[in-house]
Ligand binder design. Structure first.
Ligand code: NAD
Ligand code: TYD
Length: 371
């Protein structure tokens, strides 16, 4: 069958990528969705079990840095859209091993851009789009001018400072992770400005929800609370993050892929700021309630540990441009999103166990080769 579009999603076996792949495969049977993923420690095909046999879905194991392979794939599959999520994504790992982050996030993105350019440019860029998924962390850190919180009229939830990241905020990354993402964002914009490639970049706040690798705060802590293991809170737990339910991010990507303006940047976030320690108490209360433990029984698991080096104090996204221009709004209130998320991890202990033991990767080399 001739598909209306052939879209390559990179990093589709990871946390956010798997939600984007699922949404596109189900919502657009007229599109061929090609998931290109290296299956690093963060890639897990179990995240896509429910759609792996869909006729409009193809999985390809490859490294985005493999320029020849990616070029051939774009040509053979007649790829006209790329939604690029593949990345090394964990700040703590970037502190220990910055080279891997530069390789994948910077050189990998450049390799993908160049491969797409050389395939697309000769026939013209009409109908093509390179959509790069980035993070709010490229903007650096905001001050906590209102540590007790305040409520501006445009936010349903408390905020902890008077400034927000807008699309015009200057880049000021602090971690090797955010520095590598910032660099990749610049390359994407440079490909538009230099070669005329149709590109779009979005910068999103912290995501949460099912299928997140349990090295990140929310899944790690839910699992630790369940098993009554210590909860390592960095510093004083006063850092603020702006949390968005992952399916709302995937919906935003869908809207922007189809209706976003070429060469634009859109910030994605839900005006949902939480101090880490407050969020952790919500997680404890939710897990304890669902498991029938006495309220707050597990608060003594909180263990303050040495702060993360260069730990950004506050992230807060102003997503009003996206709402105004394209009508996107988050669909879930945080209370609802956290309840769904905690219930999902408690119901999917086997998924967590496979991921923490490494079992999920056992058969990949035999099944897909080791590219
Ligand atoms: P993740 O770590 O869960 O998944 C990354 C995926 O990329 C994995 O499937 C991995 O196998 C794949 N990958 C890594 N290196 C690769 C390579 N060289 N070639 C091909 N595939 C490779 O990440 P995530 O949390 O889902 O984040 C996805 C994207 O969204 C990233 O670009 C990240 O910077 C961005 N982002 C994440 C968040 C968040 O809160 N998680 C927020 C904003 C933006
Ligand atoms: P994380 O989920 O790693 O996301 P990011 O660093 O990209 O924001 O961390 C979220 C916040 O939680 C961040 O301020 C660091 C903090 N944190 C802890 O206090 N303890 C932990 O064990 C982890 C993983 C994170």
């Amino acid at each position: 069958m001739a598909y209306k579009r052939n879209i390559m999603i990179t990093g589709g076996a990871g946390f956010i990528g798997s939600h984007v792949v699922r949404l596109f495969v189900k919502k657009y049977p007229q599109y061929h969705i090609i998931n290109l993923d290296k299956l690093t420690y963060a890639g897990n095909l179990a995240n896509l079990k429910d759609i792996e046999d869909a006729p409009n879905y193809t999985f390809v194991r490859a490294d985005i840095c493999d320029f020849d392979f990616v070029s051939k794939l774009i040509a053979e599959q007649n790829i006209d859209g790329i939604i690029h999520l593949a990345a090394e994504s964990h700040v703590d790992r970037s502190i220990k091993d910055p080279f891997t982050f530069a390789r994948t996030n910077v050189l990998g993105t450049l390799s993908l851009l160049q491969a797409a350019r050389l395939q697309w440019e000769p026939k013209g860029y009409e109908g093509k789009l390179f959509y790069h998924i980035s993070t709010d962390e490229v903007y650096g850190a905001l001050e906590l001018t209102h540590p007790e919180g305040m409520k501006p009229e445009f936010s349903a939830h408390e905020v902890y400072g008077d400034k927000f990241f807008t699309e015009d905020t200057a880049y000021n990354p602090h971690s090797p992770y955010s520095a590598s993402k910032a660099s990749s964002d610049h390359f994407v914009r440079a490909f538009h400005d230099t070669y005329g490639m149709p590109t779009v970049v979005t910068n999103c706040s912290n995501n949460y929800g099912p299928y997140q690798f349990p090295e990140k705060l929310i899944p790690l802590f839910i699992n630790n609370i369940r098993h009554r293991k210590p909860l390592p809170v960095y510093g004083k737990g006063e850092n603020v993050r702006d949390w968005l339910y992952v399916e709302d991010h995937a919906r935003a990507i869908d809207v922007i892929f189809h209706e976003g303006r070429v060469a634009e940047t859109y910030n994605i976030g839900g005006f949902n700021e939480w101090k880490n320690i407050d969020l952790i108490k919500v997680l404890i209360a939710t897990v304890d309630r669902i498991l029938g433990r006495p309220a707050g029984a597990d608060e003594d698991l909180i263990t303050y540990v040495t702060d993360r080096a260069g730990h950004d104090l506050r992230y807060a996204i102003d997503s009003r441009k996206l709402s105004r221009d394209l009508g996107w709004k988050p669909s879930l209130q945080f209370e609802e999103g956290i309840e769904k998320t905690v219930r999902w991890y408690l119901a999917n202990q086997e998924w967590l166990d496979n991921v923490t033991s490494g079992d999920y990767q056992k058969y990949y080399d035999a099944m897909y080769g080791n590219r």
